[in-house]
Design a protein around this ligand. Structure first.
Ligand code: COA
Length: 393
C-alpha cells in the first residue's frame, strides 16, 4: 500500500480522539482488516461469519460483547480513519476479601486489540488502551459502582499492557502429546465418562458453588484480595461455538465430546472441560480442570504441599481425565493437550503419564494480565484464582 492511500492521521495525543462504538460498516472494515492476522485457515468470508456467530452466543448477546474503535471524534462516522480497535466481553466475577464476604461483580475481558498495519507505531494502541481503562471503570456497572478488575491475554509480552495497568499474572502451562487409536491399546487408563454439551450446565453450577464456598471459608490471612472469573456454562459454550464453527468449516464435522468426568474411590468428582483450537498449532485446551476437595492452591504454586491420603486417588482420577483428553486430541488433528496454570495435583497427574513433564512459563504469548480498577495501592494484594483457559477471549 502506498502512502498516497494513507489518510492524514492525527497525533495520538489529540484531545478530540475518543473511543466509541463502530457503525456496522466500520465493524465490517475492522474485521476485514484484522482477519488477515487472525483468520488462520478460515477464509475471510468464513472468519467474518464466525465473528457474527460468536456475537450471538449467550455470553455475548444483549450487550455481552462491546466493540470499540479509536477515532477522531470530530470526524464523520464511516469516513473517519479507524485508528485502532478492540472488543470487551462481559464476564461474571467473584471477589473475596479478608472478612470472608464473597461479592459477585461484572468484569470484562479485552480481546482483538488491533491497529491497521499502515497506522502502527504512532501511539494509537497505547492511547486506545488508556481510554479503555477509563471506560471499563464504569462500563455496564450499576449506577455509582465501579469495576473491581478486568483482564486480557497479551500476545505481545508483558510490558505494553502492564505499563497501562494490566499487570502480568502467572502464565504457565503443561503440554501432553495426543494419543492415536493405534496407541490406545497400550495406554492403560481408568474409564472416564465423556462430557457432552448437555452435561455442562449442571457441572458449571456445582463448580461455581464450590468456588464460592472455598472463597468464603479459606480466607487468606495475608490480607490478599482473591478474585476469579466464574467458570459458568455461558463461558464454556462460547468457546464451544468457536470450535464447532471452525471444525465444521475446516473438517466438515462438529466435535461432540467436550470433556471427561470420573469419580475417585472416595466419591470426589474430577472433571475437565476442553475445547479444540484450530490455528497455527492445533491445540486441545483444557478450559477448566476441576478436582473436588483439592486444597485451593496459591496462584503460581506448582509443588504440592502435604499430600493427604485422598489426594493420591484425586491424582489418579486427574490422570484418567488427562488421558481421555490425550485420546480425544488423537481423534482430531490436535498437536497437543495444554493445561494452563496447572495446580500441584494436576502436575503430579501429568507426571504419572510422563515423568519428564515440565511447567512452561510463557513470556510472550497469552500472558494473563489483570487490572485492578479499585484503589491502586491494592493491586499487589490481588490473587487471581482459577486462572485457566476458560477466561481467555
Ligand atoms: C500490537 C498493536 C495493536 C500495536 O499497535 P500500535 O498502534 O502500533 O501501538 P503503539 O504505537 O501504541 O505502541 C507501539 C508499541 O507497541 C508495542 N508492541 C507492538 N507490537 C509488539 C509486539 N509484537 N511485541 C511486543 N511489543 C509490541 C511496542 O512497545 C511498540 O513500541 P515501538 O513503537 O517503540 O516499537 C499492533 O501492532 C497490532 O495490531 N498488531 C497485530 C495484532 C496484535 O498482535 N494485537 C495484540 C494482541 S494482544
Amino acid at each position: 500500500m502506498g502512502s498516497l492511500q494513507t489518510p492524514d492521521l492525527p497525533p495520538s495525543n489529540l484531545p478530540s480522539i475518543v473511543l466509541v462504538h463502530p457503525t456496522q460498516k466500520e465493524l465490517h472494515a475492522t474485521r476485514t482488516l484484522n482477519g488477515e492476522s487472525w483468520r488462520h485457515e478460515l477464509s475471510l468470508p468464513a472468519y467474518l461469519r464466525r465473528e457474527t456467530h460468536l456475537e450471538n452466543q449467550d455470553l455475548t448477546k444483549n450487550g455481552g460483547i462491546t466493540c470499540w474503535i479509536l477515532v477522531d471524534g470530530l470526524a464523520e462516522p464511516n469516513k473517519r480513519p479507524i485508528l485502532a480497535s478492540c472488543e470487551s466481553l462481559r464476564k461474571r466475577a467473584l471477589i473475596a476479601r479478608e472478612d470472608g464476604k464473597v461479592e459477585e461483580s461484572i468484569s470484562h475481558g479485552i480481546g482483538s486489540v488491533f491497529c491497521n498495519p499502515e497506522f502502527r507505531h504512532r501511539g494509537y494502541a497505547q492511547r486506545m488502551i488508556e481510554e479503555l481503562a477509563t471506560k471499563l471503570d464504569t462500563h455496564q456497572q450499576a449506577a455509582g459502582q465501579k469495576a473491581y478488575f478486568t483482564v486480557l491475554y497479551s500476545d505481545i509480552g508483558k510490558t505494553f499492557y502492564s505499563r497501562r495497568g494490566w499487570h502480568a499474572f502467572p502464565s504457565s502451562h503443561i503440554a501432553l502429546p495426543p494419543v492415536s487409536d493405534e496407541q490406545e491399546g497400550t495406554f492403560p487408563c481408568i474409564n472416564t465418562r465423556p462430557l457432552y454439551s448437555h452435561d455442562l450446565a449442571k457441572l458449571c453450577e456445582q463448580d461455581e458453588r464450590i468456588l464460592r464456598e472455598k472463597m468464603s471459608t479459606n480466607m487468606p490471612s495475608d490480607s490478599k484480595i482473591r478474585v476469579a472469573l466464574i467458570p459458568d456454562v455461558h463461558t464454556m459454550t462460547w468457546h464451544h461455538a468457536r470450535e464447532e464453527f471452525a471444525a465444521k468449516e475446516l473438517l466438515n464435522r462438529a466435535p461432540e465430546i467436550k470433556g471427561a468426568y470420573v469419580k475417585t474411590d472416595s466419591g470426589d468428582q474430577v472433571w475437565c472441560i476442553w475445547t479444540r483450537m484450530f490455528g497455527p498449532d492445533n491445540t486441545l485446551h483444557i478450559l477448566r480442570f476441576m478436582i473436588e476437595g483439592e486444597t485451593l492452591a496459591h496462584s503460581g504454586e506448582h509443588e504440592p504441599r502435604n499430600l493427604e491420603h485422598s489426594d493420591h486417588s484425586r491424582v489418579r482420577a486427574a490422570r484418567a481425565v488427562l488421558q481421555a483428553a490425550q485420546l480425544e486430541a488423537g481423534k482430531w488433528p490436535m498437536q497437543q493437550v495444554e493445561i494452563w496454570n496447572p495446580t500441584p495435583l494436576v502436575i503430579l497427574a501429568a507426571r504419572q503419564i510422563n515423568p519428564s513433564i515440565r511447567v512452561i512459563h510463557r513470556e510472550e504469548e497469552s500472558i494473563t494480565s489483570l487490572r485492578w480498577h479499585g484503589d491502586p495501592g491494592e493491586h499487589t494484594k490481588v490473587e487471581w484464582l482459577l486462572n485457566e483457559k476458560y477466561g481467555w477471549c
